[in-house]
Design a protein around this ligand. Structure first.
Ligand SMILES: CC(C)(COP(=O)(O)OP(=O)(O)OC[C@H]1O[C@@H](n2cnc3c(N)ncnc32)[C@H](O)[C@@H]1OP(=O)(O)O)[C@@H](O)C(=O)NCCC(=O)NCCS
Length: 331
């Protein structure tokens, strides 16, 4: 099968692969889709890690493809299958399997002994992963908050109440790229995300420093996504205590906001900081981004604290996803 490398440049194959991704997305996924620039950064260039992408090309059209990410600063035993898609009309003819075999060879050839992919639990991706020897390592729920139905007064009252418990903390807000003086603090909160449950995933903690944050900020700018982010700081000591981020396309032309990381560092837990951060950000975006209609968030089904916050805010489940894992040498 003509499986070709997709160059990490402004090449027609990138747009053709994106078109195939969109066709699959429309068929399988009720959530937000990646724009071309987001797709290029996340799946072709590699989202501050090395990536490689390959596509099956017939008559100038991409019928399927995959993207692998190779962590370089931690988890160097892992290759992440960022995407593995076949357009709906070309399915069940072995193309997905051929792409996976190609990806496996690329990954193992570069010393990666674990492959990880994610797929909605009831969809074709999970049936495929199971058939190809993957096992589910962790389960996540994707939830949606309908911002059109959000009650500002209720949000404001909940925020005021949470703020009383978190009065020892001040909030520092920014939009777009983070100011450079926050890189070291951001490295600490990103490391705090290592506390999020990962089930049986064969993964190590991520390692962050200011230099990696700088690279991530550059990637974010290039991806076409922007964000509203908040750091909570302990007033008395100046220590960074928590963080939250909502990402979106400028002007939210797709109507979606994406609740990204939220973390409260260990010494500062139990003071409603998580609730304060998430509510403050969502409430502000109701005014700042009136075209934002829905907000998605992802959490491990075992993450009871975060799910309780989401539930109080009005997030409701959309679907359930598994992270699937395989060690090709042991399959
Ligand atoms: C998953 C996906 C890539 C499979 O592509 P494909 O070309 O249809 O895969 P294959 O033809 O190689 O299927 C191999 C086996 O997987 C299983 N399988 C694949 N799709 C299935 C489905 N819809 N229902 C049940 N089993 C399925 C079958 O056992 C199949 O073998 P069979 O057709 O001989 O029964 C495609 O459905 C897709 O793009 N889905 C959306 C994105 C996604 O979920 N990616 C997977 C990430 S792990």
């Amino acid at each position: 099968m003509p499986i070709l490398p997709v160059p990490a440049t402004d090449h027609p194959l990138v747009a053709a692969f994106h078109a195939a991704y969109l066709a699959a997305h429309r068929n399988d996924d009720p959530g937000p889709a990646m724009s071309l620039s987001h797709f290029t950064t996340a799946s072709i260039t590699g989202w501050y890690e090395r990536a490689e992408a390959y596509a099956d090309v017939r008559d100038g059209r991409v019928t399927g493809g995959y993207s692998l990410r190779f962590p370089t600063r931690d988890n160097t035993h892992v290759a992440l299958i960022d995407l593995l898609v076949v357009v709906p009309e070309a399915r069940r003819r072995g193309l997905g399997s051929a792409l996976l075999a190609h990806a496996t060879e690329r990954a193992t050839g570069q010393g990666r002994r674990v492959l990880i992919a994610e797929a909605e639990s009831e969809g074709p991706g999970s049936a495929f992963a199971r058939a190809r020897g993957f096992t589910p390592a962790t389960t996540e729920t994707r939830q949606v908050l309908d911002l059109r139905a959000a009650d500002r007064d209720r949000f404001a009252a909940m925020l005021a109440e949470a703020r009383e418990h978190a009065a020892d903390y001040e909030l520092e807000v920014w939009r777009g790229d983070a100011p450079e003086h926050l890189y070291a603090d951001l490295a600490l909160v990103y490391m705090g995300m290592n506390d999020a449950p990962i089930g049986d995933l064969d993964m190590e903690d991520s390692v962050w420093d200011a230099e990696r944050v700088r690279a991530a900020e550059r990637e974010q700018s290039g991806s076409g996504l922007t964000g509203r982010q908040i750091i909570a700081r302990h007033r008395a000591t100046g220590e960074v205590a928590g963080y939250t981020s909502i990402k979106y396309y400028p002007g939210t032309p797709d109507g979606w906001g994406r609740q990204a990381d939220t973390v409260v560092l260990r010494p500062h837990r139990g003071r409603r900081l998580g609730m304060t951060l998430k509510l403050a950000n969502a409430l502000a975006l109701l005014d700042e981004q009136p075209a934002m209609r829905r907000l998605t968030t992802w959490n491990a089904t075992s993450n009871a604290h975060m799910l309780a916050i989401n539930d109080l805010m009005g997030f409701r489940p959309l679907d359930t996803w598994h992270e699937w894992q395989v060690s090709p040498g042991n399959a």
